[in-house]
Design a protein around this ligand. Structure first.
Ligand code: GLN
Length: 214
């Protein structure tokens, strides 16, 4: 059975989800407006403190070496790792996919190859079926995109182009090589918000168990 497309909580139904967008470099504003349109509160993240109290995080596309340097310069690595270790979701898109791989932040057990589609076809669009987003394909925009060349057993491949993984998931980490913020299809962001809702519910269960034990 094809799973239904993720449904974010209705605006105003729960305390709004606070979703950070790493704003070191790249197209963070488009992600913020897509999250806002789904009812989340987008938060531009530039400091380790900015990662506190977030329900989820987007690491956007841009230039992976620039983003990686900015993460080091601003001391963001430990805070991003702590966010992931707390079970909170991350959506890494394009350069964000590279930043999350084994050779960079090490959040996903996979290796991403930069500019993997070559210079000739640096940018292209395809209709892509993405597992977990329902039966309708996504219009996927690739811009000097990476792809996954190798991954461990805990990584699920959600979509492929020419048999190469271009969207993967490991637990609550979701990486895609394309730019979901450049279309009006908000299902990748809705998936992040559904994972963020699950993370928040886990947190609330732990808190109520702790107060029952107190
Ligand atoms: N080619 C870029 C890099 O390697 C990624 C491009 C993008 O994010 N659109 O960092």
């Amino acid at each position: 059975m094809t799973p239904a497309a993720p449904v974010p909580p209705a605006p105003g139904e729960a305390r709004r989800l606070r979703i950070g967008v790493l704003a070191s470099q790249g197209d963070f504003a488009a992600h913020a407006s897509m999250l806002r349109s789904l009812g989340a509160e987008p938060v531009e993240v530039r400091t380790p403190q900015g990662l506190e109290q977030l329900d989820g995080l987007v690491i956007p596309g841009g230039e992976s070496t620039t983003i990686t340097k900015a993460i080091e310069r601003d001391g963001l690595g430990p805070a991003i790792r702590a966010h992931a270790e707390a079970g909170r979701p991350i959506l890494g898109t394009c350069a964000g996919m590279i930043v999350c791989d084994r050779e960079h932040l090490g959040l996903v057990d996979a290796t991403a190859e930069r500019n993997a589609f070559g210079r000739q076809i640096a940018s292209f669009e395809v209709e892509l079926e993405v597992e977990g987003l329902g039966p309708d394909p996504v219009r996927a925009v690739f811009i000097r995109a990476p792809r996954i060349t190798e991954h461990g057993p805990g990584v699920d491949v959600l979509a492929r182009v020419d048999d190469h993984p271009v969207a993967v998931r490991q637990g609550r980490m979701v990486l895609c090589a394309f730019h979901p913020e450049l279309t009006d299809d908000s299902r990748m962001h809705a998936l992040l918000m559904a994972l963020a809702t699950a993370a928040r519910q886990d947190g609330e269960r732990v808190a109520s168990r702790e107060s029952a034990d107190a």
